[in-house]
Design a protein around this ligand. Sequence first.
Ligand SMILES: [Ca+2]
Length: 490
Amino acid sequence: MKPSPFFRHLTTRLLVGLVAIMAAGSAQCEQPMNVLFIVSDDLTATALSCYGNQRCQTPNIDSLAELGTRFTRAYCQATYCGPSRASFMTGYYPHATGVLGYTNPRPQIGDRPTWPQHFRNNGYYAARVSKIFHMGVPGGVESFADPQKTNDWNGADDEHSWTERFNTPGLEWKAPGDGETLERNPEGKKPVMGGNTFVVVEAEGDDEVHADGKSAAKAVELLQKHRDKPFWLGVGFVRPHVPFVAPERFFEPFKPFDKLALPEKVAGDWDDIPSPGINYKTSKNMQMDLRRQRKALGGYYAAVRFMDAQVGKVLKALDDNGLRDKTIVIFTSDHGYHLGEHDFWAKVSLHDESAAVPLIISVPGKPAAVCDSLVELIDLYPTLSRLCGLPVPGHLQGKDISALLNDPGQQVRQAAFSVAPMRKAFLLREPDWAYIQYNEDGSGGAELFDMTTDPKQYVNLASSKEHQATVDRFRDQLSQRLLEVRDNDL
Ligand SMILES: [Ca+2]
């Protein structure tokens, strides 16, 4: 007997209804995770309490580390802003794109999507607040303070990456308060000044006098506004990049500055470092006496504390909007920073203080962990694509490290790779060894450190006969690594 038309109609309606319910249920289950990417500027992991700093407490970043996976051996791909950011945003190494300076990588990558653009192409709202690609600090931030220029100054930003982008102005070194120029100012006669120079300003007023305070407020607003649909939100904090400016209360924990302990000074420390390995900023060429060095350290720490407080506001907004269990949170920096080790200051160096970065990834539902595998910032793009269920573009040069979030005991690579193009310098970092080479053919010299016995990198073993085989192995490995990096689809 054939079913009656009414019965057939009913069956069809039921089936359609059932399919709709299943589809809705599955859409609900597979609601993609949001991405909140927080990147600080010029932040060394050694300044964070969750990475062992006893003096500079960073409770908000620590709270994220307590929930997520904290990576102890994460490395940037270049030790200054421009090429580092271009690398992790595009998924290519600096020597693949040739973006070794401070430019937008779009001409090199053509129509290949950047990390947030890939998410945008897959239905995400993608936005940045402040500095994600390279942007001058303090120059760019200052120019935003002029309302006429707010939309004119996007640095080396890539507009195709974003649904929306927001620049945040700040007074930087011009902020009213107690300021001092520390660098190349031995007579104390220079005024407080702008540019890439060591200036400390204990500022009057509240957090929102400053770009990072405004960035946190904008991020809080965006999290609330976009909480119902998938988002990739990049929040760039410009501190602790110079100038070391923050509301004055953030300086209090570090006073008197004269009581701050500087890194150990070792006689003859520079004698075994090849000349391109002496950093571009040193206590000597910056003409900073011990008082100024200690104040620079205190100023940096105050800037870190201030940035940490802004991170806290953004994390609180996740909780306030019920987003914590729907959002993967990443905290990192574009590279590290020297705070007086070897009498070096700032970035560019390929020693660990400068080439290593803090990296915390918090994924809802995954256990808190500490992971010692060597990882690279270039791994973020493929890893977050995987974690959010998006296709992982085949041309990306980083690794999907998502397995480490389930099993932090795994190792994903033998050596991390970083470069300082302005020095023609290269780093291969293994768990037990750090190898630094100047010039591709090694003609500028090399440094080899046994990181198990000499983690502060005081004894360069590159010229020792005993370690010649290790140096030879690294030199070959570096040539091979550069070949691999240059073998790409660009
Ligand atoms: Ca930077």
